[in-house]
Design a protein around this ligand. Structure first.
Ligand SMILES: Cc1cc2nc3c(=O)[nH]c(=O)nc-3n(C[C@H](O)[C@H](O)[C@H](O)COP(=O)(O)OP(=O)(O)OC[C@H]3O[C@@H](n4cnc5c(N)ncnc54)[C@H](O)[C@@H]3O)c2cc1C
Length: 234
């Protein structure tokens, strides 16, 4: 492998220049690439008339508003984003339920490098009447809980390293790593399906941690789709 390609591989797990930190700096999401603009979507909607515009005018903004507000979403599929996401495994699991995205993820079958585990900045209490909900509570001892979680993370990583040292293969040893393990994946999605994701995940019903990522996505794409952001009231 050349020095240049080795360097590229090493940097796959660090945030790209345009990123937003989340989870108290332990996680991040970066915008790696994008294709198409709001003008592309408007042109796609009008393709049947054979007219293409270079820049949006007031009527185009109205058309975009009509498209977004009336679920005429296929023109939005011509705008595509690729993100790099660094998050705990339990957030990765929720994210990957969104089948309309394309994903590629770091594999613990191939690497034992850069193992990091998440420790929540604040632990929340379980809601009594809603299994999906949690809330911040004064009765929880934050320092003790953070200490216990850190200790358990360390124990699990220690056992993983011990198994590797004993010659156990990575693909089996990884089974002892916790749900708090940080992972990195690339995720590509079009604007139609991204709006659906943001509606579900920047929501009071979603887990607080994934909602942070959803809000970070809004920050990253706002300069690229400013009219959509206004229509969606971000
Ligand atoms: C608050 C919350 C709680 C959740 N709790 C749970 C839970 O307890 N257990 C659990 O298993 N999941 C849970 N989920 C995941 C949820 O069921 C969905 O899998 C996830 O939100 C992805 O939504 P989606 O299918 O609409 O998105 P995508 O997979 O991105 O699909 C987008 C749209 O494409 C269409 N589509 C995609 N695939 C198909 C298909 N095979 N057939 C028909 N139409 C399709 C649908 O219209 C769908 O809405 C939860 C999600 C949220 C937001």
């Amino acid at each position: 492998m050349s020095d240049a390609s080795a360097k590229k591989l090493q940097t796959a797990n660090i945030p790209p220049p345009n990123h937003v930190k989340v989870l108290g700096g332990q996680g991040w999401i970066g915008l790696l690439d994008h294709m198409g603009t709001e003008t592309t979507a408007v042109n796609a909607a009008r393709v049947s008339f054979g007219k293409i515009r270079e820049e949006m005018n007031e009527r185009d903004i109205q058309l975009l508003e009509y498209l977004v507000s009336n679920q005429h979403t296929s023109p939005l599929e011509h705008i595509v984003f690729t993100f790099s996401v660094h998050c705990p495994l339990f957030i990765r699991s929720q994210w990957h339920r969104h089948r309309t995205w394309s994903y590629n993820e770091i594999s613990r079958r191939y690497t034992e490098e850069e193992i990091a585990c998440y420790v929540p900045e604040t632990v929340r209490a379980q809601s009594a009447d809603n299994r999906q909900a949690s809330f911040e509570s004064d009765t929880l001892d934050q320092a003790v809980c953070a200490g216990l979680i850190t200790e358990q993370n360390r124990t699990a990583v220690g056992l993983y390293e011990k198994l590797l040292a004993m010659g156990v293969c990575r693909e089996q040893a990884r089974g002892v790593l916790p749900q708090n393990l940080m992972t990195t994946f690339w995720a590509t999605v079009d604007l139609h399906n991204l709006l659906h994701f943001l509606e579900l995940r920047d929501s009071a019903h979603a887990q607080v941690e994934i909602a942070e990522y959803a809000r970070a996505i809004k920050k990253l794409i706002l300069p690229l789709v400013p009219n959509t952001a206004r229509i969606m009231k971000w």
